[in-house]
Design a protein. Structure first.
Lengths: 352, 397
């Protein structure tokens, strides 16, 4: 047991911070500055090895650990990065689990083939095989500039055609795309994905979302604390008032506890059997979802009226948190699954 | 980063797990659950000694003082395994141990630590006073340098601060919320030695043997009817000069250093205690003894998530204790997290019993009341938040 970052991991995090800033919504700029990441950003991120961070080395990937991915995802959240990195990783995970060819994976690693993961419209599962009446049961998440969607239905991975981006979205920093019911010419890709591999894919996705939430929380608190030092009322900085200090202190506890949960979940994806890795990831996602919203809202409160202005980044952070919370299930969804795992199944069947 | 055990840790864990599973079957636990305060204290004392004899107390303290000589993360393993086995918690020796280890003289370390870490000599703590709770530094118990009676004929009882070569302290005052004073061998006492300087700088720390004449211990009957705490009345209590820990005026620094360990949940065995409660609740639902609807199951899962995150956070904090860090502020973060988990958990445990809690709930009442004390003792939740805001986040004073 040694729960500390290595020097290499710290360096990776600071590299990730620089790259996240390339598509970031910088502090002091409003949501009008959210921009489609320029095409060359993909090249820079690919060359730094982040697009293929999780992919095997023989396919041009970096063969990085899930902890590496979590550290990068944290910076993505921290900087409100718009570049669709998490979506690329999830799609890549699905392809690797299906033993897709190295040529396809190397296109993903180089950024020449941009892919987005397909989710059921409930956003709680990847599996789209339960269809709603009258509308597509699927959406592709984090799909800016993606050419295709990658769908994991049951044990089958396939490439599917994507439609336009949904217009009314809460999250201003990521794109959600419609999914067309047709498969691409490539159709089913690779081989069947077993239950254990599916659980690992889900565990990794939950972990990266939790890491993204961690980054957003940290940045929200940092911004609010900095503001509380500068903003004066009643002749004193508002940060000198205990009512304000106590809000910030509880938020700090939430941030540090979330970090402990995220690090363990990330380590567990690579080191533990599927059921334990999934439980660790659900634990992190439950904690980060509940505490992420709390911290983002605390930060808004500390910023006062400013947080309600369109120009403020505070609501952009909160929007991202609200979206992350829903992705693959809020804390309530996680609690239900955790109960099944720790007490035993009650009434609801376990799904993928 | 590695959450798994290295070979030494794995061997320690395996041995501990086997040892603890044997102990679970003993009657120690049931005396704790159903007994009076005295029964609980006796059961706990027995358990602490058993744990110490097996080498599981003070595992991160140096070998030469009876410790295990291992890294701090072994404390996390100990708490995890005891919690999983459902035993009683490990003894709270960390904070007193570190006061002696980090500030005591060579003689104090040699004489006092082996008794503390073997649990043969129990300790209590004399910090709070009726007039000094959150504002601990305003305490008024006085320790005055005096001549010993045989050298100062006729004037022996009079405090004299001008004595140039004192060989004795005279202590007068009152301490409150002292736990286990009736069966303790020593009290670690914080008293004012210099009333002329700022309130934080005039305090000193002493080792007070509890059999010293002039100590009157009066039990406090607590909200659950138990008598786990006492009030100490100190009247002309005489201490030799070498009862002082550290330098005169260093008392506040030592007290803050101790609180870092007292606030750390691993040091106090809290994590293990929560693990035991939650595991038992899960078992009772699984066996059908308790009914839990979907809402209650979710609430219990939320408490479980809090417990797991606390456990992971404690392990991480103990790893970081091996490097440079601000232990006191880290202790405050851990204490605030512990408070959240404790109070969330005991809300759901009480509600899980439902009518049974009202009709036959004595067993769950004491842990519930303790969960409310969690945000008061060792520095209130509000004091901890102020510490975190000012010392970690750098918010203005």
């Amino acid at each position: 047991v040694d729960i500390r970052l290595t020097e290499e991991q710290r360096q990776l995090a600071s590299l990730a911070a620089e790259l996240a800033a390339l598509s970031s919504l910088q502090q002091g700029h409003g949501p009008d500055d959210v921009r489609e990441p320029a095409a060359e950003v993909a090249t820079v991120i690919a060359e730094a090895g982040l697009l293929g961070l999780r992919l095997p080395e023989q396919a041009g990937g970096a063969g990085g650990s899930s902890l590496d991915a979590a550290l990068v995802a944290e910076q993505w959240g921290r900087h409100l990065a718009c570049f669709p990195l998490l979506g690329t990783w999830w799609a890549g995970d699905m392809l690797v689990a299906a033993h897709a060819g190295d040529d396809l994976l190397s296109q993903v690693a180089s950024g020449s083939m941009r892919l987005a993961p397909v989710l059921h419209r409930s956003l709680t599962t990847f599996d789209t095989s339960t269809t709603d009446v009258g509308r597509s049961a699927a959406v592709a998440w984090d799909g800016a500039q993606a050419l295709h969607g990658v769908r994991l239905d049951g044990s089958e991975v396939s490439l599917v055609e994507l439609g336009p981006a949904l217009s009314a979205v809460v999250d201003l920093t990521r794109e959600v795309r419609e999914v067309r019911p047709t498969r691409t010419a490539a159709g089913q890709t690779g081989t069947a994905v077993g239950a254990g591999a599916r659980a690992h894919i889900l565990a990794f996705a939950l972990t990266t979302l939790s890491a993204d939430l961690l980054g957003v929380m940290e940045a929200a608190l940092d911004e609010a604390v900095a503001y509380s030092r500068a903003r004066e009322q009643f002749g004193a900085p508002i940060g000198s008032f205990q009512a304000v200090q106590h809000l910030a202190a509880e938020a700090h506890v939430s941030v540090e506890a979330t970090r402990s949960a995220v690090w363990f979940a990330a380590w567990a994806v690579d080191e533990l059997p599927a059921d334990e890795a999934l439980l660790a990831a659900r634990t992190a996602k439950a904690f980060a979802s509940a505490n992420g919203r709390e911290v983002a809202e605390t930060a808004m409160q500390m910023l006062g009226g400013l947080s309600q202005a369109w120009e403020s980044t505070a609501h952009v952070r909160t929007r991202r948190v609200l979206a992350d919370r829903q992705m693959l299930g809020t804390e309530d969804e996680q609690y239900a699954r955790i109960s099944d795992a720790t007490i035993g199944t009650a009434t609801r069947p376990e799904e993928g | 980063m590695d959450f798994s055990d290295d070979p030494e840790q794995a061997a320690f864990r395996t041995q501990l797990r086997a040892w603890a599973s044997d102990r679970t079957a003993t009657s120690v636990g049931s005396a704790w659950d159903s007994g009076s305060s005295a029964d609980r204290a006796a059961a706990l004392t027995l358990w602490f000694r058993e744990l110490a004899e097996a080498g599981y107390v003070g595992v991160s303290f140096p070998n030469e003082y009876g410790g295990g000589g291992r890294s701090p993360v072994f404390e996390a393993i100990l708490n995890e395994e005891l919690g999983a086995a459902g035993t009683l918690p490990s003894p709270p020796v960390g904070h007193i141990g570190h006061a002696i280890l980090d500030y005591g003289s060579a003689r104090q370390k040699g004489e006092l630590l082996p008794g503390l870490l073997s649990c043969r000599e129990l300790w209590c703590q004399g910090f709070s006073e009726p007039g000094a709770g959150s504002d601990l530094a305003s305490l008024t118990t006085r320790a005055v340098q005096v001549r010993p009676p045989r050298d100062a004929e006729g004037a022996s009882a009079q405090p004299d601060e001008r004595v140039s070569n004192p060989v004795e302290y005279r202590v007068d005052g009152r301490k409150i919320w002292t736990s286990g004073a009736s069966w303790s061998r020593y009290c670690l006492l914080l008293a004012r030695t210099d009333p002329t300087v700022g309130k934080h700088r005039g305090l000193s720390m002493f080792v007070l043997p509890m059999d010293t004449p002039g100590i009157d211990v009066r039990p406090i009957t607590m909200a659950d009817g138990g008598q786990d705490f006492t009030e100490l009345f100190l009247d002309d209590v005489r201490l030799p000069a070498d009862a002082l820990v550290g330098r005169p005026g260093q008392g506040w620094e030592i007290a803050m250093h101790m609180l870092a360990y007292e606030r750390g949940p691993a040091d106090m065995g809290w994590v293990g205690r929560f693990g035991r409660s939650i595991t038992r609740a899960q078992e009772r639902i699984r066996s059908g003894e308790l009914q839990a609807d979907a809402v209650t199951r979710n609430r219990l899962a939320r408490a479980w998530v809090g417990y797991r995150v606390l456990q992971l956070h404690v392990a991480r904090s103990l790893s970081e204790r091996e490097g440079p860090h601000d232990s006191s502020a880290a202790g405050s973060v851990a204490k605030l997290l512990t408070t959240r988990v404790d109070q969330t958990l005991h809300h759901v445990l009480v509600d899980l019993l439902g009518a049974g809690f009202v009709l036959d709930g004595a067993e769950e009442l004491t842990p519930y009341l303790w969960s409310r004390a969690q945000s008061v003792f060792g520095g209130t939740q509000q004091i901890q938040r102020t510490v975190v805001a000012q010392r970690v986040l750098g918010m203005p004073r």
